[in-house]
Design a protein around this ligand. Structure first.
Ligand SMILES: Cc1cc2nc3c(=O)[nH]c(=O)nc-3n(C[C@H](O)[C@H](O)[C@H](O)COP(=O)(O)O)c2cc1C
Length: 123
């Protein structure tokens, strides 16, 4: 499963390309199986509020974080959401993606998903 949050449609676009099991983040969502988190990045490299709240209840089963960002905001805050989630919860960063990303980004996500989520590997 990939749980995603998308504000302006870029993450949603990638999710549609991936064709992997997915669910859009909603308030109160509770996951009881391993999943990947896919988020956008908010101002100054921050984690969107909905994602912050979601993680307070759901960090346990999160096996990796993917972030979309825009490098025009600057190197230090590009996909800063992934860095902040990694620092707070020690969740591995799967991929940092520029806007809607490229084919090699999608391939990297699929590979990680197959190994860690479908394969059930926990490290
Ligand atoms: C108000 C605002 C602030 C943003 N701040 C950052 C940022 O600090 N770092 C970054 O990498 N991207 C930043 N972005 C870019 C978005 O994370 C990026 O466009 C992403 O692809 C949006 O995903 P979505 O279309 O699924 O919502 C910002 C976008 C907006 C609208």
């Amino acid at each position: 499963m990939i749980v995603f949050a998308s504000r302006t449609g870029n993450v949603r676009f990638i999710i549609n390309q991936l064709q992997l099991p997915n669910i859009e983040m909603t308030k109160g969502l509770k996951l009881t199986e391993p999943y990947l988190l896919f988020t956008y990045t908010d101002g100054l490299g921050t984690v969107p509020q909905i994602v912050e709240e979601f993680l307070q209840d759901n960090a346990e089963y999160c096996k990796g974080v993917i972030a979309s960002g825009n490098s025009n905001f600057g190197h230090h805050v590009f996909c800063g959401s992934a860095d902040k989630i990694n620092a707070a919860y020690q969740i591995p960063i799967v991929r940092k993606i520029e806007l809607r990303g490229f084919t090699h980004d999608y391939e990297a996500i699929r590979e990680y998903y197959q190994t860690v989520i479908k394969g059930g590997k926990t490290t």
